[in-house]
Ligand binder design. Structure first.
Ligand code: 5GP
Ligand code: ZN
Length: 113
């Protein structure tokens, strides 16, 4: 989708600090990091939100989680990290292209804001 920020990053029309690129996925550092490590894992295919996932996307979501785990290990997040999917406006989603936040390098609080 030409009007989607993350699709434009995937197409290399907008630069990004890409930490992993393989198969169906791409992972990039968040431009406004909320923790020392803040990486977004995104599918190459445009899927707007968690609510738009189809049954056949189940493996893709698993690949996203596995990629997050690998990046967490590469970033030495040995004492823990947080994975977040924001969904919809009240869920805090601002970019309507599915993404998994990987946050680490500091203690996380609960409940989140
Ligand atoms: P959301 O609020 O939709 O769950 O998360 C969107 C994330 O995308 C935010 O954390 C925001 O900082 C990040 N973001 C917004 N624009 C850009 C950009 O142009 N490049 C990168 N790398 N991240 C962005
Ligand atoms: Zn998109």
């Amino acid at each position: 989708m030409s009007d989607c920020l993350f699709c434009r990053i995937i197409d290399k029309a907008i630069p990004a600090d890409i930490v992993l690129e393989r198969g169906n996925l791409l992972a990039l550092r968040d431009i406004n990091p909320q923790a020392p490590t803040h990486v977004l894992i995104i599918p190459r295919r445009h899927i707007a939100t968690i609510d738009d996932l189809q049954a056949e996307d189940t493996l893709l979501v698993g690949e996203m989680v596995q990629a997050a785990r690998e990046i967490a290990a590469a970033e030495s997040l040995v004492v823990g990290y947080r994975l977040v999917f924001n969904c919809g406006r009240q869920g805090g989603q601002e970019v309507d292209h599915l993404h998994l936040h990987l946050l680490g390098g500091r203690s996380m609080e609960w409940p989140p804001g």
